[in-house]
Design a protein around this ligand. Structure first.
Ligand SMILES: O=c1ccn([C@@H]2O[C@H](COP(=O)(O)OP(=O)(O)O[C@H]3O[C@H](CO)[C@@H](O)[C@H](O)[C@H]3O)[C@@H](O)[C@H]2O)c(=O)[nH]1
Length: 332
């Protein structure tokens, strides 16, 4: 029996595929490679380049590969881009998942781990955010994920043999310690990669998107969680998953850091100055997010291995400085 991983050539998906293989699982990856990298998929996994919207070929792959469970990472995931261009987000994230669910039903595959997001909470009334906090997204990315959450709940209550676990990630960061896979987005909009690219001299400065938020230093606060800890949450979810599961879990460190703190920590880790340019806020950004991970810790036994921002940024820096061109083969 095999685990199907959608989006397995992307940043989080590729880290997870490696952990699955290391834990002895058989893995089949599908990815449309619009933002993933073929080189990030290990040779041990079977690979199909396919878009999730192609329901019939997807169904055939599930049948022929004897898929038992699905981990669904494939998605567009830039908060800012979702505000300026929402339709691709609803197409890839919401319609793409619907197509996947249809294919799963046709192939009689009935267990799913879904990548949801803290972006479904919008601006929280209080911190840390628990799974029962109100979900009021403030950007189309968050809505595209929340719509899927509702669809999954409806499927679980209507189809007796359909079970899911949804993981609401906070800000995923860092790279695998052994440097085998890393983080390479195109375009790059995430804070930590942009800090590290500035440290490498690939860009002249980091743009701070707003310093007038109601936070101690005026910049946004996020809960950064190491990618390998996100992956270990997936392995636990996969083992706990049954056809009766219908549950969501936050996955975050439980501690928030400001944009300014991320920049100073990146300077400390890299030993390089990171000049900043203050610009207006980016629409769709909540001021402060941090997770309660109480539920996943008590129910699935999850706990994060990486507990300091410095340690997390160090693992990212190890990848960026040894792969200055990312996955491109013309590394200098
Ligand atoms: O060059 C930059 C990039 C980001 N930021 C700020 O840094 C914070 C973090 O931004 P980013 O790294 O882009 O992450 P988020 O927008 O918080 O979104 C990420 O984290 C979400 C969970 O919060 C995931 O769901 C998304 O997929 C993922 O992109 C935000 O306040 C941004 O405004 C800057 O100031 N300058």
């Amino acid at each position: 029996m095999t685990i199907l991983v959608t989006g397995g050539a992307g940043y989080i998906g590729s880290h997870c595929v490696r952990q699955l293989i290391q834990s002895g699982k058989k893995v089949c990856v599908i990815d449309n490679l619009s933002r993933g990298h073929r080189a990030a998929v290990p040779a041990e996994a079977s690979f199909f380049q396919l878009d999730l919207l192609e329901t019939e070929p997807l169904t055939e792959i599930m049948k022929s590969q004897r898929i038992e469970k699905v981990i669904h990472f494939a998605a567009l995931a830039y908060v800012g881009e979702s505000v300026t261009d929402p339709l691709p987000y609803y197409t890839s994230n919401t319609a793409g998942t619907l197509s996947l669910l249809r294919a799963m039903r046709q192939a009689r595959v009935s267990q799913l781990v879904f990548s949801s997001s803290c972006a479904t909470y919008g601006i929280p009334d209080q911190l840390p955010i628990t799974e029962d906090s109100p979900q009021r997204p403030i950007n189309p990315y968050g809505w595209s994920k929340l719509f899927v959450e509702q669809i999954l709940k409806d499927c679980a209550s209507s189809y007796p043999n359909f079970g899911f676990i949804g993981l609401r990630y906070f800000n995923v960061a860092g790279c695998s310690k052994d440097g085998a896979v890393g983080e390479d987005h195109d375009p790059e909009t995430h804070l930590i990669p942009n800090c590290l690219r500035t440290a490498l001299g690939q860009q002249s400065h980091i743009t701070v998107l707003g310093n007038d938020y109601p936070t101690p230093d005026g910049t946004c606060i996020r809960d950064y969680i190491h990618v390998d800890d996100i992956c270990s949450a997936h392995l636990l979810a996969l083992n706990a998953l049954t056809t009766q599961s219908s549950r969501f879990y936050n996955v975050g460190l439980g501690q928030g850091f400001s944009v300014q703190e991320v920049i100073s920590t990146s300077e400390k880790v890299t030993g390089c100055p990171i000049p900043v340019d203050i610009q207006p806020r980016r629409p769709g950004d909540p001021p402060m997010l941090s997770a309660s991970h109480e539920r996943i810790s008590s129910e699935l036994g999850w706990s994060p291995k990486y507990r300091s921002l410095e340690e997390i940024i160090q693992t990212a820096w190890d990848w960026f400085r040894t792969h200055p061109a990312g996955y491109r083969t013309d590394d200098p």
